[in-house]
Structure formats: structure tokens, C-alpha cells
Design a protein around this ligand. Structure first.
Ligand code: ATP
Ligand code: MG
Length: 539
């Protein structure tokens, strides 16, 4: 029964509620994995617009990925159906498009400027220099000649979507005032992963005493390699001296063993003083399993075998050292398993083993939409196609290529008759995520791609020195090693009930694993051990 007198915030725990209830002013929410960040942020926004009289049009919510923006929009549509249409829910890049569309002439663009996809970028650069290799250099460095040629064709590229709005705002205090007056309530998810340009843009949009909510977890900062700087998160309270800080420490995702193990791993370089994370749900007493395999293929075989055993109802008897494991593995399907790895190359052995065992899987890969078979051709041919709506045109051009047509359909439908918008979305969706959280398949993911997700059973393969931390030739950067440790922290905290960490004899065991105080050595190849079950290793 629905309690009609209750508020939207009743579904939150006391910490989440305290964060959601903060009225105005800068707010920093430091929240560990599985503590309900998205839930807190969406409830906060929904409550502001439904109960506290904030006009929805004054709210801007920024996320890092399109998927996250879509998820937030979905949840807000459920919580505040009347207001959701007026909210601005954007990624940094779609926010850039919005600002540029409104001020196109100031940067020498027409109202219908396009966003160049990577192929178009290369084509433009190739019109400046003949050599293809050099053209790629021009694109990568944002060379002036290339940018000039881009503008001549009324185009911007992905980087321009941040740098041009930034330059516009930095050059016009009046414009800054106008946007500040329009979006008086700004929130940013995953604040630990902003880069310098995004940070500068945010500082312009949100005054120091403004209503800016930043939420994130510094210990999950994993995008340093592409320019993100967790330092912006850490100095939030200096940038916004009147900021309130709220900690979310209750974890609703993982078993006690997983939470404990993850905290042990992150402790040596945690960026959150006095890091606290308390397991709130009973997910059984299974310890973390550590497996030592003879080779990469043996490791993959261990994964396949374990999935079969769990699904076959054998549960974890083979791995259980006499304790009751709980019935959490009953009723699991393939989609409840994820295998995580540091580098995409490691997925090969897994694909082979799972295929051999007849186990269905899906790989999350961040393909560029325009790289998908058929899509590039259709995008190209569309320029010359006639038709009433974008969808009509796409359908006509796609012909028998159903896969490409299905990939493009949502974009085409959303664009209606606006062809420019279709092309912009196509370019903005440079990465298409074909991974389907609802498909009944085992997920194969890089540790980076696992961010924000959760699964009952998680394997992390290749827990080896050289892979985790990954060593790149010529670098011996302690900060890079810290980031690798955070990456393992992110991976471990995806697990709800069971977590397996495996390594092979190919390399030394990952030094990060030495922090684990309790785990079960499981499923090792020696037949003697298998028969006997496993020993609990308490170091
Ligand atoms: P991450 O840092 O890994 O992205 P997160 O903080 O975004 O984690 P969520 O994915 O939002 O965490 O939530 C983790 C899980 O906890 C979800 O399954 C969510 O439904 C559940 N959850 C969150 N808050 C509560 C609550 N108050 N009561 C019960 N379950 C909750
Ligand atoms: Mg999240």
C-alpha cells in the first residue's frame, strides 16, 4: 500500500536522506561503492521539484555517459513524471552542444552546425595534408589548420564540445550570468572523474555559493590516463568554502566478506580519510575465493567450470570449507555472472573457454557507432537520400541491413524530421554500447567498463603483477599504481555474493592481493586438493 502522506525521501536511509534534504548551497557527497549514489541524487532532484518548489527548468544534472544520463532520466520520470520534461539531464558533451547551438554565431558556426565523427575528422584533416598518418596527427593534436578546415565545413569535433563553450563563457561574464540564472541547481555525478576543462566549465556554471551538488568516490577515480584529476574532488571544500559534506557509508550491494576484502585492498592508498563502508544486506558468508591457475586457458576453464557448478546447483560445496554458504546461488541465471579483466586482450581465452563449454556470454565493448558494419555506409548515403522524416530516410537507405537499421532506429526516431540533430546524435554516440544488462548471458567486461554495475557473482582474472598493476614500458609512476589499485577496488565492489580473484603462473601474483586477510584458496588444479575441498587461509 502506498503511504500517501509519506514523502519521496522515505525510501532513503538516514545518511542518504540527510544528503537529499540539504536545502541549498554547495554540497559534497562522499559515497562509497554500492551506497546508492544514483538513488540519492535522483531522489534529491525529484524532491526539490515536487516538494520544495524548485522549478524543474532550473535543474541541470550532469553525468559522464549517455547510459547514465538515460538511467537518471528514467528514474526521474518515475519519481517526478510531471517535472521530468523540464529538467536538463546531460552529459558534459551534450551540454556543450546545447550551449553551442544557443550561441553558434559567436564561434562562427551556423545554427545547424554538425559534429564530426572520427571518419569525418580524418577526412577533413586529409584535405589539409595528403599523408594519412600526418592527418591523424593533426586530429590528435587539434592542429589549427585542421580546426580551420573543420569550421569551414560548419563542423565541430568532440573536443570542441567542451573547449568552445568554455572559451565562450570565459570570454563573456554576461553569458556566465545568464546560464547561472537559468540553472540555479546543478548536480554532477562521478565528480572524482572530472578533467580540468570540465571542471572549469562547472566553476563557471556554478557560483562559489551556488547550489552545486557533487557526488562521487575518490577511491573510484580511474580515468587519470585520459586527463581526469581526482584533485578537483579533494579540493571541493576549498573551492566552495560554504560547502556541506555528507558521507554515505552503508553498502547495499555486497556481502560482508566482499566489503571487508575491498576495504583491505584500498586501505594503503585510500583518498578518503577514515574510509567507512558497512555491509547492510545479508548475502551469505562465502569468503572471497582466490584461484591459482597453471595458465591463462586453465584460468578461463576455471571460470567456465565454476559457472557450471553454481548453475548446476552444486553451489559452492567444492569451495566451501565446512561453513554454510547460504542459498544465495539458487535461482541464478547467466546474467548474474561477470568476468572482469584489466586489458581487452585477456578476453580471448575467456571467449574460447565459454564457447567450448556452450555458455552464453556478451562482451561489453565500446565500439564506435560509425564503425559498426553498415552504419558508416548508411550515414554517408543519407546525405543524398530524400524522405519525409529521418526514420524514413534511414529505412530507405538501410535496405536489407537490419542490424544497422536497428542500431540507428532509436536515433532516427528521436530526431523526427530534424536531420542535423540526427547527425549530431550519431557523432555524440561515438561509442555504442551493445551490452544489454537484461540479456541472459555472462558479461565479459574490462574493469573500467564494470564501473557502476553490480552482479551476484564476479570473477576478476589476471590478478598478476604486470596486469594489475598494469605495467607500461617506461613508466614507473607511483600515482599510476595507485590508480590500478583503485581499479581493483572498483572491480571487487561489483560483487554481491561471490567474488573470485584468479591469477596464473605466468606472472607473480598481484601485490594488491597481499592485503587480503581472509580468503579461500579455491578450485586449484591439483586433484588432491580438489577432493579434499579447500583450506581457509588466514594470514
Ligand atoms: P557505485 O559507486 O558502485 O556506482 P552507487 O553508490 O552508485 O555505487 P547504486 O548502484 O546506486 O550505488 O546502489 C547500489 C545498490 O544498493 C542498488 O542495488 C540499489 O538499489 C541499492 N540501494 C541503494 N540505496 C538503498 C536503500 N536505501 N535501501 C535498499 N537498497 C538500496
Ligand atoms: Mg553508481
Amino acid at each position: 500500500p502506498v503511504d500517501v502522506t509519506g514523502s519521496l525521501l522515505d525510501g532513503l536511509d538516514p545518511e542518504q536522506r540527510a544528503a537529499a534534504e540539504v536545502d541549498g548551497g554547495p554540497l559534497l557527497i562522499i559515497a562509497g561503492p554500492g551506497t546508492g549514489k544514483t538513488r540519492t541524487l535522483t531522489h534529491r532532484i525529484a524532491d526539490l521539484v515536487t516538494a520544495r518548489g524548485v522549478p524543474a527548468a532550473e535543474c541541470l544534472a550532469i553525468t559522464f555517459t549517455r547510459r547514465a544520463a538515460e538511467e537518471m532520466a528514467e528514474r526521474l520520470a518515475a519519481l517526478a513524471p510531471d517535472a521530468v520534461g523540464d529538467l536538463t539531464i546531460a552529459t558534459f558533451h551534450s551540454l556543450g552542444v546545447l550551449i553551442l547551438r544557443e550561441h553558434h554565431s559567436s564561434v562562427g558556426l551556423s545554427a545547424s552546425f554538425g559534429v564530426a565523427d572520427p571518419d569525418r575528422q580524418l577526412a577533413v584533416a586529409s584535405s589539409v595534408v595528403a599523408d594519412e598518418k600526418e592527418a591523424r596527427a593533426l586530429v590528435a593534436s587539434g592542429d589549427e589548420r585542421y580546426k580551420k578546415a573543420l569550421r569551414a565545413q560548419d563542423l565541430v569535433d568532440f573536443d570542441d564540445l567542451i573547449t568552445l563553450p568554455l572559451a565562450l563563457l570565459e570570454g563573456s561574464p554576461a553569458l556566465v550570468d545568464a546560464y547561472r540564472a537559468r540553472w540555479r541547481w546543478v548536480s554532477v555525478d562521478e565528480y572524482q572523474d572530472v578533467d580540468e576543462q570540465q571542471y572549469r566549465l562547472l566553476r563557471l556554471l556554478a557560483p562559489a555559493d551556488g547550489n552545486l551538488t557533487a557526488i562521487g568516490d575518490p577511491d573510484q577515480a580511474i580515468y587519470r590516463f585520459r586527463g581526469a584529476d581526482v584533485g578537483f574532488f579533494l579540493r571541493f571544500r576549498e573551492d566552495f568554502p560554504t560547502a556541506r559534506t555528507v558521507h554515505l557509508t552503508r553498502n547495499y550491494r555486497s556481502s560482508a566478506a566482499v566489503v571487508t576484502g575491498a576495504l583491505e585492498v584500498i586501505a594503503p592508498s585510500s583518498l578518503v580519510p577514515g574510509r567507512e563502508l558497512r555491509p547492510m544486506v545479508d548475502h551469505g558468508a562465502a569468503p572471497i575465493g582466490v584461484h591459482h591457475a597453471a595458465s591463462e586457458s586453465a584460468e578461463a576453464a576455471f571460470v567456465a567450470r565454476t559457472v557450471e557448478q553454481v548453475l548446476g546447483g552444486a553451489s559452492f560445496h567444492a569451495f566451501d570449507s565446512g561453513r554454510v554458504v547460504g542459498d544465495g546461488t539458487q535461482g541464478l541465471g547467466f546474467s548474474d555472472f561477470a568476468v572482469l579483466y584489466r586489458t581487452d586482450r585477456q578476453s580471448r581465452a575467456l571467449v574460447e573457454a565459454l564457447t567450448q563449454s556452450g555458455l552464453p556470454f556478451q562482451k561489453r565493448s565500446h565500439d564506435r557507432l560509425v564503425d559498426r558494419p553498415g552504419v558508416a555506409r548508411i550515414a554517408h548515403d543519407l546525405r543524398y537520400a530524400a524522405g519525409a522524416t529521418v526514420l524514413d530516410r534511414v529505412r530507405a537507405v538501410a535496405g536489407d541491413d537490419h542490424t544497422a537499421y536497428e542500431l540507428l532506429k532509436p536515433l532516427a526516431t528521436a530526431s523526427g524530421e530534424d536531420f542535423e540533430r540526427f547527425h549530431t546524435s550519431l557523432a555524440l554516440g561515438v561509442e555504442v554500447d551493445t551490452w544489454d544488462p537484461r540479456a541472459d548471458r555472462i558479461s565479459l567486461l574490462t574493469l573500467h567498463a564494470s564501473k557502476g554495475l553490480e552482479f551476484p557473482v564476479v570473477f576478476i582474472v589476471g590478478c598478476e603483477d604486470g596486469l594489475l598493476p598494469l605495467r607500461r614500458p617506461g613508466t614507473d609512476d607511483p600515482e599510476a599504481v595507485d590508480e590500478e589499485r583503485r581499479l581493483l577496488f572498483v572491480g571487487m565492489t561489483r560483487a554481491q555474493r561471490h567474488l573470485f580473484l584468479s591469477h596464473t603462473t605466468g606472472r607473480p601474483k598481484s601485490p594488491f592481493l597481499s592485503a587480503l586477510k581472509a580468503f579461500d584458496q579455491v578450485g586449484d588444479a591439483q586433484p588432491k586438493r580438489r577432493r579434499k575441498g579447500t583450506q581457509l587461509s588466514l594470514l
